[in-house]
Design a protein around this ligand. Structure first.
Ligand code: SF4
Length: 325
């Protein structure tokens, strides 16, 4: 393994749970799981505060499977909805060796959290931290990019989730320049958009809360501006927002313009190939075991099988084989 670049992704595997034996989420409660009393229900209760399962999202799925309540009612792209768990792989992109595997609920928040868990665990276990990480847009939220860049110094070859792009012909946020020295945006007409325009006597006001920030231009300036129609045609004045970890997001955008990003995008496909191998060759399309621990065990054993196969191929050839070749 080079340890230079890693890629991360998740894939859904059907749980051993059936829609016919499920109930609507509003009729479900932890008490119902206690009454069920089976192992999968006990594990569901034990993982309610686990970021990879119960605590991943407060949003309840539409249906809950009584036989395996931790399985997520979900749908993958064009397929019909079904109960599933997600298997998450962190791989070394040079060798395609799986560095770590994690079972989670089949929702994005849990999968993004699993990527961080696996990166930390790989560093702790093997002392390996990648220079860069390749992943798809699902991993491109501000919090995750901030964690990678600011806390772990890992280059994110990840598309940024960006909702600031306007398609109606008016200025997008990218048309406004960030003035780091003065903590303000400069609009295309050269005017400042500020977050605060006065010094508050109350020290609690005007403080940086670390959340999403709004920067506004003065109404009088916008009203007299020749570009108002293509900037803020319906508002008195223009404002733009700045997300938390915007520096990390900007860094990820710059990374995307590099040649190395294109190379990483190709290498990222190796995770998808491993998932295709897992399902088509190893035949893991439906879990046999129930509960979070059942999913963990099956995903871990499958990843071990894939790694052993890979390692057998990487093994140096014997002298006899060399002579025969
Ligand atoms: S409308 Fe306001 S923010 Fe927009 S370009 Fe004109 S002065 Fe700048």
């Amino acid at each position: 393994m080079s340890g230079e670049g890693f890629a991360v992704d998740a894939s859904l595997i059907s749980a051993d749970a059936n829609k016919i034996r499920s109930i609507a989420a509003e009729d479900w409660s932890p008490e119902a799981a206690r009454e069920a009393g089976n192992r999968a229900a006990r594990e569901y209760l034990e993982t309610l505060d686990d970021a990879a399962f119960g605590a991943a999202s407060p949003v309840q799925p539409k249906f809950v499977a009584k036989s395996d309540p931790a399985a997520q009612w979900t749908r993958a792209e064009e397929s019909r909805p079904y109960f599933a768990y997600a298997t998450n792989y962190l791989i070394d992109t040079k060798s395609s060796v799986i560095m770590d595997v994690e079972a989670t609920r089949a929702i994005r928040q849990a999968e993004v959290g699993a990527a961080r868990t696996m990166l930390d665990r790989t560093e702790k276990r093997f002392g390996i931290k990648p220079d860069w990480l390749a992943a798809d847009t699902a991993y491109g939220n501000a919090e995750n990019l901030g964690w990678l860049v600011e806390k772990r110094s890992i280059i994110p070859f990840i598309p940024v989730i960006d909702k600031s792009v306007r398609t109606d012909g008016t200025f997008s946020r990218s048309d406004f320049e960030w003035d780091d020295k003065n903590g303000q945006y400069i609009c295309p007409e050269g005017h400042a958009l500020k977050q605060f325009r006065r010094n508050y006597s109350d020290p609690n006001r005007g403080q940086d809360t670390g959340g999403r920030k709004k920067y506004r231009c003065l109404k009088a300036i916008c009203q007299a501006c020749p570009s108002k129609e293509i900037c803020c045609p319906k508002a008195d004045a223009r404002y733009v927002t700045r997300e938390p970890h915007e520096e990390a997001r900007e860094f990820a955008r710059e990374c995307r313009k590099t040649k190395a990003y294109k190379v990483s995008r190709d290498k990222r496909k190796k995770v998808e190939m491993l998932f295709a191998h897992l399902k088509r060759i190893l035949g893991l399309t439906r879990l046999r075991l129930r509960g979070p621990n059942g999913a963990k065990d099956e995903f871990l054993l499958a990843a071990i099988a894939q790694n052993l196969r890979k390692l057998a191929k990487l093994r140096p050839r014997s002298i006899k084989q060399e002579a025969a070749a």
